[in-house]
Design a protein around this ligand. Sequence first.
Ligand code: NDP
Length: 269
Amino acid sequence: MTSTPSLTSALDFSGKLCLVTGGSRGIGAGIARRFAEAGASVVVSYFRGETAAQEVVARIRAAGGQAQAIQADVTRPADVDRMIMQTVEQHGRLDVLVNNAGIYPVSGLLEVSDAEWEQVLAANLTGTHFCTQRAARAMVELSGKREGNQSSGSIVNISSIEGTSTGLAHSHYSAAKAGVEHYTRSAALELSMHGVRVNAVAPGLIDRPGLAEAWPEGVRSWQERVPLARLGTDEDIADACIFLASPLARWITGATLTVDGGIQVVPAF
Ligand code: NDP
């Protein structure tokens, strides 16, 4: 029988190590800050944004949390190997991986170049696999060394509502995120025997500085239709990740949690 944790202890990540890819800005930075607030040591993984990643780390430390930045291009297996190795060497554990890194350029299906198609699939889907595989190997190996030999770990993949619906000029992105959601189920199946849970979060439109100016028609259309009457925030997504990574979700694996203010339940008529 599994014991039921108290609500307070379930949301306390003290002593845990959480690795967030794409943690240098946007949603990933919000996820990193929130896990740190919950007590976790956080590895803020970044690609090109070293200064931004160091700012996220500094903000977490200033608030009394623990964080460090590690560079890695998630599309390069050698980078991912190094990121996981550095994390394990320096912290001696890996409890939570959030596969948040992603790109979403806009290109019509008739115009998208072969190179851009490959990049979008690589950053959103293949990178999720490279990080999941390497992190899961580490989680299994580390837990084998612990007393009782009981494996544990949690992986949360950031998808998008476009993984099930569509987005204009986003055929590559929608296909990649649909892949992320199905990969989540496959990984959940294969890793369950090792005690590693794998789930996904599918965000709706998340606010960021300059979004309303850059895409006024998109933001207006969203606000007119979304049942919960606003754009999302980084913290809305971070809290879903915290829940899925926590023991509160101990019997949940292979699920995709939509966090979109209800846009997907808007009726056609
Ligand atoms: P941002 O564009 O603000 O940030 C993207 C992050 O991903 C950056 O930290 C960037 O690193 C990192 N990244 C990009 N490519 C790579 C790579 N090859 N290797 C490693 N890291 C990489 O994105 P958002 O915060 O908007 O989105 C985060 C996630 O949420 C994505 O997966 C996105 O698809 C998803 N999403 C976003 C929504 C939104 O409304 N914003 C809605 C639905 C889903 P760096 O800056 O260091 O180069």
